[in-house]
Design a protein around this ligand. Structure first.
Ligand code: IPM
Ligand code: MG
Length: 357
């Protein structure tokens, strides 16, 4: 197969980990007889520096013309004091909206080899951690009306959190479909005891559930969910929630796995084109030191192979290569522990490529 992949090299450690993901994709292409063509689509800090815009029109067009988009991570202290529209995050939000990517899937899975890295007690993680947060990505407070005005002699700022039925319906469907391929449980998370948008959320999710009698639906308030994730994460299979709640809960979920550098994510809309990225940030403090963990980025590429390109065998090959090097005791700095062998970013990528061959 021939595939065009838009590449956002990103900021900080972004270009380093992306280079390893591309090396892995090239290895896959060679072994399985595919042709992958890469097209650069500058976004974030790099794009601000070069074009004065965190998402230049040409970059969005490149992504729209691609079969899928691979992103490392954007941002850094250099751009922290820029006005809102000129911040790297703006580029990411505009890209998500521009590509219509309303469903963000963030798996939280504990790697057996990295159990010691979890901050939770073994009595809790012994029951297993394997769930996925399905986060609505282009609605809610992120995309509602924002304003700051002077009112009665002081500033007043607001961000409207709103959801329409169709926005809730389509993300609910993604959650139920995802659950069907897993343990068939959906927990819908809201704040329906306080918020109107959550009341509508609960009503629509319940309605969509009628089409999925084989999936068990439960509801939970977001504050309780934050607690349950650390109290007993084994109770969750698929969590579906609105944008801002999902932003917060997915960080919490990744933390309990103890290996934020290893977790990939996918953002999808109605077609097969997706945006795949590791969930960690651009770690500017270690940029250029060859010590970043490229595994989250590489597993994001594997997710792209599986979900956008329908290449399950190729995705399996990448994922088992990652498992093999972990089993053999290789670690990057972030997951290093006694008795293990430490590898840099480049050597980790090379070790994974060797396994795939
Ligand atoms: C994330 C990030 C982004 C978000 C930021 C960088 C805008 O935290 O992908 O979770 O809030 O969605
Ligand atoms: Mg976040």
């Amino acid at each position: 197969m021939k595939k065009n992949i838009a590449i956002i090299r990103g900021d900080g450690i972004g270009p380093e980990i992306m280079a390893q993901a591309v090396a892995v994709l090239d290895t896959v292409a060679e072994k399985y007889g595919h042709t992958f063509t890469y097209m650069d689509a500058p976004m974030g800090g790099e794009a601000i520096d070069r074009f004065g815009d965190p998402l230049p029109k040409s970059s969005l067009e490149t992504c729209l013309a691609s079969d899928s988009v691979l992103l490392s991570a954007v941002g850094g202290p250099k751009w922290d004091n820029m006005p809102k529209d000129l911040r790297p995050e703006r580029g990411l939000l505009r890209l998500r909206a521009g590509l219509g990517l309303y469903a963000n899937l963030r798996p939280a899975r504990l790697f057996d080899e990295l159990r010691d890295a979890s901050p939770l007690k073994s009595s809790i993680i012994d029951k297993g951690v394997d769930f996925v947060v399905v986060r609505e990505l282009i609605g809610g407070a992120y995309f509602g009306e924002h304003s700051t005005e002077k009112l009665d002699g002081e500033y007043y700022a607001k961000d409207i959190m709103g959801y329409s039925e169709h926005e809730i319906e389509r993300i609910a469907r993604v959650a139920f479909e995802t659950a069907r391929k897993r343990r068939k449980k959906v927990c819908s998370v809201d704040k329906a005891n306080v918020l109107d948008s959550s009341k509508l959320w609960r009503k629509i999710v319940t309605k969509v559930a009628e089409n999925y009698p084989d999936v068990i639906l439960s509801h939970m308030y977001v504050d309780n969910c934050a607690m349950q994730i650390v109290r007993d994460p084994s109770q969750f299979d698929v969590i579906v929630t609105e944008n801002l709640f999902g932003d917060i809960l997915s960080d919490e979920a990744s933390m309990i796995t103890g290996s934020i550098g290893m977790i990939p994510s996918s953002s999808l809309g109605d077609g097969t084109r997706g945006l795949y990225e590791p969930i960690h940030g651009s770690a500017p403090d270690i940029a250029g030191t060859d010590s970043a963990n490229p595994i989250g980025m590489i597993l994001s590429a594997a997710m792209m192979l599986r979900y956008s390109f329908d290449m399950p065998e190729e995705a399996d090959a990448v994922e088992s290569a990652v498992n093999s090097i972990l089993q053999e005791g290789f670690r990057t700095g972030d997951t290093m522990s006694e008795g293990k062998m430490r590898l840099g970013c480049i050597d980790t990528g090379m070790a994974i490529c060797e396994k795939i061959k």
